[in-house]
Structure formats: structure tokens, C-alpha cells
Design a protein around this ligand. Structure first.
Ligand code: GLU
Length: 629
């Protein structure tokens, strides 16, 4: 996790760093810090535990200057969220400063050695070893230190000694890093490197930006270079060079960024999460755009990079993911089994990476991830790829690590998701999986007519989601009734079972209320013991095959005095007569129910969290993209 930003150019660096950190704050908010090199060649560092506003206050008291700098917003892995553990960290008695995203597995051994050599550590982080280690390697490269002429020679060589020192240090690290380094004596260059954590470079006019994701670039430049693992960038105001560990200098590919500034603003909503919930009719449309063929009654998924013949040869799908994406994977299981009659397994990526399951020969893996950077999902993808299976991704962030490492896949095109609790990415993942199931189904069992029916239903979906959002005010009133409860149950069956899991997760994530999602009929095998007058049960019970069965479960809860909130189809009067509160959603085909019935659950979690005074967009202990194991 964590957000990194760097700037070198002609403008005051600190303004750009602070704006960038605010945009990256969703990645971690335990502490924040910046380092700049002042015109008199001093390394100026300000950092503070807590949110970026505290760092801003510190900078008001003690401003920094300079047109080069780096910044960091932290999601702590090693050492608590204190001022001292905040990045940037200084190496070698002040010759350089670093900001790091990732985890260094062998930091303790390196730290022990460096302490013996006389380096003094100021923090409990694993990251600080990187700073001293680079400084140590630099001292070997430039044993006589610097005088004016050496500094000029170093610059004239393309900063070769700095690159060698940094490469030598990186070679000793086990773990992951997105890394930016400022050198006190070279106030015109930033070195940046990555292995396993994302890093991009923005190319401006006489200026360059470095960042963990493209959002800090927006409004400054639309030219972007995605660094790959083992690449190291030498970044000055006017120049960018990229060196690969094994291949030496590599030509970097400058791409055009498709972000708009509106994508990183709240657009008048109180929170990013609410904005993203209300964007869903549009984001769902974007996921489908250009991907439905009425001529062939199927989905068009060119990005899979597998021929119809290759896909017909697949005997089993393995869907792997974490968190909310794992719930989307469960929806995908129902979809692909129903439409394509393909056996599907859904695995937590964190389990799959170490479990070593026997994978049948013709197994195709899909890694599902919003960010494309989730560490466990990446590791699971690599493990399955190493075994020779085709590996594809369903992912939102273009150019992310998983998108690059997968042989192909489906981009969500849902736009940047800033709120830490995922909403629009989930519904877009479900849409992408529906398209996949339709495509695979049309290669196998589905007739033209069946394909057309699915397309018709999909095309109505954005309007149905917009209708579901109209219940927002009613849901706020329901939230007012229940926001002080300490436990919630979420119950649904079939396609609505994953939605029950997702509804419970949303509530936990942002309101810190304990919630359990369960298949409704399983409730009597244990969770029913939790039911009392202060434990509301949220029933997902649209019309369909199991409606009567879920109704019976609802009666069981009522008989024990538990309050019931029922999410039902418009026009349903039976559930309304029994439930304490009812939320109406438009009627849709059962395979699209997850996308419609999750909307009120997102809104319910949101309003409860707001009423409890929680920080909706930055819930405690969480971060948006989990780039650590
Ligand atoms: N492992 C480092 C720390 O705990 C960096 C964590 C991050 O990526 O924010 O400081």
C-alpha cells in the first residue's frame, strides 16, 4: 500500500507533492511526509503521523522550498503510525531521502549489518534499511565524496554512480518496492524503481512526475510511462531514462492517459463512496460499451487473446481474488456454470498461492482485482502461470501489474475508484463476468435466442440500477433506525448469497459494525443464535425460485423477535407485510440480481457509517489497494 509522489521541474515542488498525496491518500493514511532539496542544497523533510491535513499544518508552520521533491502517504506494515516511522527516511547521515511502498522481507539481517557498520536508525520500519543501504553503496561508488567537478562528472555520465549504487542496493533486497530517492548533492535528479509495487512517470514540459498511480498527474500532463518490475528510472526536469536490471537501457513507451480531472474530484457528493455508488448506471454502461454483439448474440471480448477454439478446450475455470472481488468471483461461478455449463472454482488468492491444488490440464485462471496490484492475487496468478496454465485478468486499472502479467483479460472501464470500500468496481466486475459467461456460453450451450435474451436484459441494466438508486432517501431513514445496533445479519440464496456476503463486508468496512453474510437457509445452523431484538437481519428476497424458501427463513427470524429489513422486488406486498422495513428494487433476471440488490446494501452501509461519524472514504486500518501479503 501507500502512495508515492515525486516531482522535478520548475514549479515549487511542495504544492505538487501535497496535491498528489491528497489524491493518493486512499492508498494509506497512517502518516504522510515530504522531502525537498532547497536551493542551498539542504534536504528539507517534514512528516507527521495521521492524515495529510496534519502534514499541511506542519508545512504552514515550517515551509519547505525547492523545485524537486518526493512525498509519501503510509499504510504501516512495520512499526506503528508515528512521526518517526513516517516516510521519507534519510540514509547515510543525510545524503539522501527515500519513500518506499512495499515490504522488505530481509530487512532485519540488513539492518543488523548496517548498525554494525555505524549507521543509525531512526525508525522501526523495514523501509529505512533501503535508505542506509543505498547510502552505503553510494559511499563505495564515490569514496572520496563530492566536490564540484565530481558532481558535474556524475551528472554528465547520466548519474551512472547513483544508478550503480541503487542497483547494488536493490539487488540485496528480498521483497517488494516502489521507491523514489532524492540525493542531497544532486538537486536535479530523482531515481525511481519498482518491483512488485506500482510506479508511473508523468512526462510534462520541462518537468517530470513520479507516482504510485496516475491520479497525481491529472491536470499536469496526460503523458505517462508505466514502469515495469526491475526497471529503474533516472528522472530530471528535461530527461527520463529507464534502465532494466538485466537488459540495461530500455526504450520507454509514453502512453496517453485517459483520466479527466472530474475523475478525481468528488463532484459535489459528500464522499467519494457516495459519488461512486451513484456513478454505477454509467460505469456499468462503460463496462458493456462495444462489447455486445446483436449480430452474433454474444459478447465481444477481444482482450481475452484466446481463440474460440482455445476457449472451447477449457474444461474448468478457476477464479481467484480477495475481498469484494472474491464476492464478484462467486457471482461469476453461478453465471459461468449456468450459461456455459463449465465447472468453476473460486479460491481466495491468499490461499491459492500456497495451497498447491491439483489443477486439471485445461484449467483457465481469471484473477479478479480492482487495482490490479493486489499482492496475493498477483502471487496466485504467477503461481498458476508458472504451472503453464493460461492466466487472464478482470481488472479496473489499465496498465497495472496484474493487467500486464496476465495474457489478456477484461478491463472494467469503471474509472478510478477512490473510496476505499469498493462499490462501482464490484458491479462492473459482475457485469464483466456476465459478459464472459455469455461469451463462453455462446461457444457451448446457449442458442442465438438465449444469447439475445441475455443481451436484452443486460441493456436494460443501467436503467434498473438508476431506479434502485432512487431508494436512497428511504434507505437513509432505515439507517437512522438501526445505526446503533452492534450486529447485523445479511441473508440471501443463490445469486443473492454473494450479495449477502458483500453487504456484510460493506457494513463492516466503513461502519465498524459486526456483520455476517450467510446463505439464508444456513442461518438456522448457527447464526440464528445471534438473533435478538437488537440484531437486524437484511433479507435479499427478489421473486424467483427460492422466494418462498427465503420467506420461510424470514418467518423464523420474526418468530425470534429479530427485526427484518427486506430487499424485495417492486410490487411485492407479502414480504412488506411481514418485514419491519422494506427496500424495493426493480425486477430483473435472476442472473442480474446481484448487481441490482447490492445497491441498497451499499447505500445502507454508507448512511449507517455517516450517522456513526465514521470516515467513510478512509476507514480505519484499511487501504484501497492491498499491495502487501
Ligand atoms: N513497509 C513500509 C512501512 O511500513 C512501507 C509501507 C507502505 O507501503 O506504506 O513503512
Amino acid at each position: 500500500m501507500c502512495g508515492i509522489v515525486g516531482y522535478v521541474g520548475r514549479q515549487p515542488a511542495v504544492d505538487i507533492l501535497m496535491e498528489g498525496l491528497r489524491r493518493l491518500e486512499y492508498r494509506g493514511y497512517d502518516s504522510a511526509g515530504v522531502a525537498t532539496i532547497a536551493p542551498d542544497h539542504t534536504l528539507d523533510i517534514r512528516k507527521s503521523a495521521g492524515r495529510i491535513d496534519r502534514l499541511a499544518a506542519r508545512l504552514d508552520e515550517a515551509p519547505v522550498s525547492g523545485t524537486i521533491g518526493i512525498g509519501h502517504t503510509r499504510w504501516a506494515t512495520h512499526g506503528p503510525a508515528t512521526d518517526g516511522n513516517a516516510h521519507p527516511h534519510v540514509g547515510g547521515h543525510g545524503v539522501l531521502a527515500i519513500a518506499h511502498n512495499g515490504v522488505i522481507d530481509n530487512f532485519a539481517a540488513i539492518k543488523g549489518r548496517l548498525i554494525q557498520e555505524g549507521y543509525q536508525f531512526q525508525s522501526a520500519t523495514d523501509s529505512e534499511v533501503i535508505a542506509h543501504l543505498i547510502a552505503d553503496c553510494l559511499a563505495e561508488e564515490l569514496p572520496a565524496g563530492l566536490n564540484g567537478s565530481t558532481a558535474r562528472e556524475v551528472a554528465a555520465s547520466g548519474y551512472a554512480p547513483l544508478v550503480r549504487a541503487m542497483s547494488a542496493a536493490l539487488a540485496q533486497l528480498n521483497g517488494t518496492y516502489g521507491l523514489v530517492v532524492l540525493f542531497r548533492d544532486f538537486p536535479e535528479v530523482i531515481l525511481a524503481a519498482r518491483l512488485g509495487s506500482p510506479l508511473v512517470v508523468g512526462v510534462g514540459d520541462n518537468e517530470h512526475f513520479v507516482a504510485s498511480d496516475p491520479s497525481p498527474l491529472v491536470g499536469h500532463t496526460d503523458k505517462i510511462v508505466y514502469l515495469a518490475d526491475h526497471e529503474l528510472a533516472v528522472v530530471t526536469a528535461d530527461d527520463l531514462k529507464v534502465v532494466h536490471r538485466d537488459q540495461g537501457h530500455v526504450d520507454h513507451n509514453v502512453q496517453v492517459l485517459e483520466f479527466e480531472s472530474g475523475d478525481v474530484d468528488r463532484g459535489g457528493y459528500a464522499h467519494y463512496m457516495l459519488k461512486e455508488i451513484f456513478e454505477q448506471p454509467e460505469t456499468i454502461r462503460n463496462t458493456m460499451r462495444g462489447r455486445l454483439s446483436r449480430d452474433e448474440a454474444t459478447a465481444v471480448l477481444g482482450g481475452l487473446n484466446l481463440s474460440p477454439g482455445d476457449l472451447r478446450a477449457v474444461d474448468r475455470l478457476l477464479l481467484t481474488a480477495c475481498g469484494t472481488s472474491w464476492h464478484a468471483a462467486l457471482v461469476g461461478e453461478y453465471l459461468c456454470e449456468e450459461f456455459a455449463r463449465l465447472p468453476v472454482e473460486v479460491e481466495y488468492a491468499s490461499e491459492l498461492r500456497y495451497r498447491n491444488p491439483p489443477l486439471e490440464k485445461n484449467t483457465l485462471l481469471f484473477a479478479i482485482t480492482q487495482s490490479g496490484e493486489t499482492a496475493d492475487t498477483l502471487a496466485a496468478l504467477r503461481e498458476v502461470k508458472r504451472k503453464g496454465h493460461p492466466t487472464l485478468a478482470i481488472c479496473n486499472v489499465v496498465g497495472s501489474t496484474i493487467a500486464q502479467e496476465a495474457a489478456g483479460g477484461i478491463y472494467l472501464h469503471a474509472g478510478p475508484e477512490i473510496g476505499v470500500a469498493s462499490t462501482k468496481a464490484f458491479t462492473s466486475q459482475c457485469v464483466a463476468l456476465t459478459l464472459l459467461a455469455l461469451y463462453l456460453g455462446r461457444l457451448r450451450h446457449l442458442s442465438f435466442g438465449q444469447g439475445m435474451q441475455i443481451i436484452d436484459r443486460l441493456q436494460e441494466l443501467p436503467d434498473k440500477v438508476a431506479q434502485a438508486l432512487e431508494s436512497n432517501d428511504a434507505i437513509r431513514e432505515i439507517a437512522e433506525k438501526y445505526y446503533q445496533c452492534g450486529n447485523f445479519l445479511y441473508l440471501g440464496r443463490q445469486y443473492n448469497f454473494p450479495v449477502a456476503l458483500e453487504g456484510a463486508l460493506k457494513l463492516k468496512e466503513i461502519s465498524y459494525i459486526h456483520a455476517e453474510g450467510y446463505p439464508a437457509a444456513e442461518m438456522k445452523h448457527g447464526p440464528i443464535a445471534l438473533v435478538d431484538e437488537n440484531t437486524p437481519s437484511v433479507f435479499l428476497m427478489p421473486q424467483g425460485l427460492v422466494y418462498e424458501k427465503v420467506m420461510a427463513n424470514l418467518e423464523e427470524i420474526r418468530a425470534r423477535g429479530g427485526p427484518v429489513i427486506a430487499v424485495v422486488d417492486e410490487g411485492d406486498t407479502r414480504a412488506a407485510a411481514l418485514a419491519d422495513d422494506v427496500i424495493y428494487v426493480p425486477n430483473v433476471a435472476d442472473f442480474l440480481q446481484p448487481i441490482v440488490s447490492v445497491i441498497p446494501l451499499q447505500l445502507l452501509a454508507y448512511h449507517i457509517a455517516v450517522l456513526r461519524g465514521c470516515d467513510v472514504d478512509r476507514p480505519r486500518n484499511l487501504a484501497k489497494s492491498v499491495t502487501v501479503e
